[in-house]
Design a protein around this ligand. Sequence first.
Ligand SMILES: [Zn+2]
Length: 326
Amino acid sequence: MPFLYRTAVTITRKQPYIDWANSFDDGGPELTRELADDRRTIYLVAESDDRANLRTLLDEYWEEIFEEELAMWMEEEDDWPAARTREMFDAWFGAEITDTVIDLVPEQPLTETDAELADLNEALHFCAWCELEIEAGPGRFVGFKLEDRDRFADRAGLTLSLRINPERSVMGIVTPDDSEEAANGDDLVFRACSSRCEKAIRSLVATWMQATAGGDLARVLELMAADVVFLGPGRPPMRGKDAFAAATRAMEGKNRIEGTAETKEVRVFGDWAYCWNHLTVTMHPAGGAAPSRLTGPALSVLSKTADGRWVIFRDANMIAPDRSPE
Ligand SMILES: [Zn+2]
């Protein structure tokens, strides 16, 4: 039986927490009683020999749990109640204990580290192109030099996925900084089963490098006015093409993004137009963590250039985490 050596503490946010969460006049979402009951957090602690006692456990962990629960609503610590006591914890939170925790999918990665290791194992033992399993001996590694190794510093020793098309990506490994491969100029390596697959990987990576070197981005930038302004909730206006390009480059390799736009309305007034789109965006983190979905409207003002092309002049994007029922 895939039994986990953990005791679980389930935390429910009570009325004082809800009142605190709703005390901010920042246009954020409201925390309702239903939402608080629906989105409870489970904390796992070490299993004890005798039947775990809730009071003892909370005596040990209440401060950590308190901080975690506050951070879930407000990242800024200045907005947290400063004087937190054990009595306050009991008033703000309900707690239940479960000392039998059973994992029904033991073959699936349990933690982020497990998921990273599973990806790494796959990248080491399967052809990146045709996904054929490769024995330890045969097969080959196809290595590439990255223009800007520093940009992938946080992936060193871990996998990096390159998107081929919305349905498929290939996974390579960013070599550790102190490895022999990195010293030989191979910053990114892929496992290949045959020369045919090696060739396919080489051509794909060449295309990807061209695109990240500015190919695709350049095309996107052509669609914008030089003094374009992007507006979005919770961040200052992003002014100009250069700011957009810098923000895009900073995101590369971190997420794989898929999106669709449904046009609701377009009106043209001479050399000006506005366009209302409904956007749905899915972000797949490179590490293989769960994807997140954002959805919402965007309103763009377009202007016509001297050579007759339409470009984005202003863009207000109101996408937010998708809270609609699944
Ligand atoms: Zn292959």
